[in-house]
Design a protein around this ligand. Structure first.
Ligand code: ZN
Length: 80
């Protein structure tokens, strides 16, 4: 029966190719982008999600840049 799978069917969107993948097929690369915001190192991170089994996604994740993926929490916490 598929009930178990339906409930625990967690998916993520790959930032590189935009495909919806199962959670287990997605890896997250953390990038320290603190310098861009004039913050001390390791305070602002960018999370890049990519397909763990797609060489193109793995390669592109290394150079992927998007301000939209910034962890805003880190910035807010430091301001106060
Ligand atoms: Zn992908």
């Amino acid at each position: 029966m598929d009930l178990y799978n339906n409930i625990f069917h967690a998916t993520c969107i790959c930032h590189i190719c935009g495909k919806e993948r199962l959670d287990k097929d997605i890896l997250i690369r953390l990038k320290d982008i603190s310098k861009r915001y004039c913050m001390p190192p390791q305070t602002v991170w960018m999370h890049v999600r990519y397909c763990s089994d797609n060489p193109e996604c793995i390669e592109k994740s290394k150079t992927f840049e998007s301000a939209g993926k910034v962890h805003a929490n880190s910035i807010e916490r430091k301001k106060t």
